[in-house]
Design a protein. Structure first.
Length: 153
């Protein structure tokens, strides 16, 4: 079931996302919610005039997923939007970025507080990763990974 988020719900979503990633993003458009009855649900962003009567995947851009424990996990496109102003980021070097984009977990030199972070290399936003200590657990969807295989670093 697809439903349009009310203005207050959309504002609350953006407020929580900005709080979680220490950002000041203001997004324009309609937010559509899918899978209301499941533990986690997908949120799509639509910027057209009228919502066509087709599935959300064809209507908007997958923006984020809200998990059962109220964590907001941006998609790659959502991470690229919020990554412009986010401060809760991890900068990766080129080799680490290649590993992340191929679906591998990586380790960073400095230990971080656990949770989701926006992953960047230079000015490029790669997506999100879940951090446990010094290890970044990869969250790149299989369909978006590069075909190169690298050994774990």
């Amino acid at each position: 079931m697809i439903r349009k988020l009310k203005k207050e719900e959309a504002e609350k979503l953006m407020e929580e996302m900005n709080l979680q990633y220490d950002s000041q993003l203001k997004e324009e458009g309609l937010f559509l919610s899918k899978d209301e009855k499941r533990e986690s649900r997908k949120i799509f962003l639509y910027t057209g005039d009228a919502i066509p009567n087709v599935p959300a995947e064809w209507t908007g851009q997958h923006y984020c997923t809200i998990t059962g424990d109220k964590m907001i996990i941006p998609s790659i496109e959502g991470a690229q939007a919020i990554g412009k102003t986010a401060k809760k980021t991890i900068d990766l070097d080129y080799e680490q970025a290649k590993y992340v984009m191929s679906g591998r977990d990586v380790e960073v030199a400095e230990e971080k507080e656990g949770g989701y972070y926006i992953l960047k290399t230079g000015r490029d936003v790669l997506g999100v990763g879940f951090v446990e200590g010094r290890k970044i657990l990869n969250r790149t969807p299989k369909s978006r990974r590069t075909m190169q295989q690298y050994r774990t670093i």
